[in-house]
Design a protein around this ligand. Structure first.
Ligand SMILES: Cc1ncc(COP(=O)(O)O)c(C=O)c1O
Length: 360
């Protein structure tokens, strides 16, 4: 089977040495030796999440850890606020509904971002809101939210916690968990961290941990109290995705060696290079609030974005992310997470130019 270059936003291109570690025989995860691996990982996770608090490691999809976060900090009588600016913001609302939690929604046009003032207005109007659910980078449109300023607002409300989905922003955008005061950060391994899917991460501030203790909807598999107990023994309550952990350990080591700032600058340079090339082809961008590594590209009339995605895949062997009903014909998304370099971006730009010529 022809392998296509992944310039999507979900699973990503993985470095060869990291990929090779996935083929190693498994090890027993409850031995003293294994604590060395887990200890390195725990330290690396604190480093990338910019927190001195524990970062829980869960065998999970990103959606799983979203649900884990939500069910830990709320109880059946809680009221919550979520921001629906795209597929993943909307997902917070869907999980709230699934758990019969009453919620308020801030609905945004896709590509718009929520302001701290909008959040504060809701918290003033509905003081019963116990948690605000946000998406740092709304991957469905590539739109970034100013979490730092919103955290300033939420901090003023002693009974309200801020829960942020940083699944597609971790590493490539600043996520200053402790300094900004984000109460719960949700992230996962298969985007910028660049390992195969299957592992999610959760942080809880002291304020959030108080809520966890009062929760009556805590899910067994995501119970933060159990994860905390095991974190203190350098362990996890349930089986971690062992085949991924060596890969995670190596990726975290590399990130620490390079430094977060340098890594972000390197990715930002690649992202700028990609966007510059896209602009030169006469295409525009979906939102002015673009996050690093996720670019929503708008095609002009007469160029169907779905067709672009199809031809790029079948003829040029490059996977791009299509868009959603309503936007499909005019928007495709391109990711440069993971092991994507300027040569890959040149390949993408050349292929895109040919594809547009073919469609015209
Ligand atoms: C911002 C964001 N949140 C949540 C998810 C859901 O993650 P998963 O597909 O692993 O459940 C994604 C996946 O792309 C995402 O980009």
């Amino acid at each position: 089977m022809q392998r296509n270059l992944l310039m999507i936003l979900g699973v990503v291109e993985i470095e060869e040495d990291v990929r090779a570690l996935g083929a190693y025989p498994l090890e027993y995860n409850r031995t003293p030796d294994y604590k060395t691996i887990l200890g390195n990982i725990f330290k690396g996770l604190q480093y990338i999440h910019r927190t001195s608090r524990p970062v829980f490691l869960v065998s999970s999809s990103g959606t799983g850890v979203m649900e884990g976060a939500l069910t830990n900090v709320l109880n059946s009588k809680s009221k919550a606020l979520y921001v629906n600016g795209g597929v993943f913001g909307k997902r917070w609302g869907e999980i709230l509904a699934q758990h019969h939690i009453e919620s308020y929604e801030i609905h945004l046009e896709y590509g718009e971002t929520v302001s701290p003032i909008q959040i504060e207005e809701m918290l003033i109007k509905y003081p019963e809101i116990e948690a605000v659910f946000l998406t740092h980078n709304e991957t469905s449109t590539g739109t970034l939210t100013d979490i730092k300023s919103i955290a300033e607002v939420v901090k003023k409300y002693p009974n309200t916690v801020l829960v942020v989905d940083c699944i597609s922003s971790i590493l490539v955008e600043p996520v200053e968990t402790d300094e900004w005061g984000i109460d719960v950060v949700v992230s996962s391994g298969n985007k910028a961290i660049a390992i195969p899917p299957g592992v999610g991460f959760l942080t809880f501030s002291e304020k959030a941990m108080k809520k966890v203790k009062n929760s009556d909807i805590r899910l067994y598999n995501y119970d933060a109290l159990e994860y905390l107990k095991e974190w203190e023994r350098i362990s996890t309550p349930y089986t971690p995705p062992i085949s991924l952990l060596k890969q995670l350990e190596l990726r975290l080591k590399k990130v620490q060696e390079e430094g977060l700032e340098n890594l972000r600058k390197r990715y930002a340079a690649n992202t700028a290079y990609l966007r510059d090339g896209v602009k030169k082809l006469g295409l525009t961008f979906f939102t002015p609030h673009m996050a690093n590594c996720v670019t929503g590209v708008v095609t002009p009339d007469g160029i169907n974005a779905e067709e672009v995605v199809r031809i790029m895949r079948t003829k040029h062997h490059i996977e791009l992310a299509p868009s959603w009903p309503g936007l499909k014909e005019h928007l495709f998304r391109v990711g440069n997470f993971g092991n994507i370099n300027k040569t890959d971006i040149d390949l993408f730009l050349n292929a895109l130019e040919q594809t547009m010529e073919e469609i015209k």
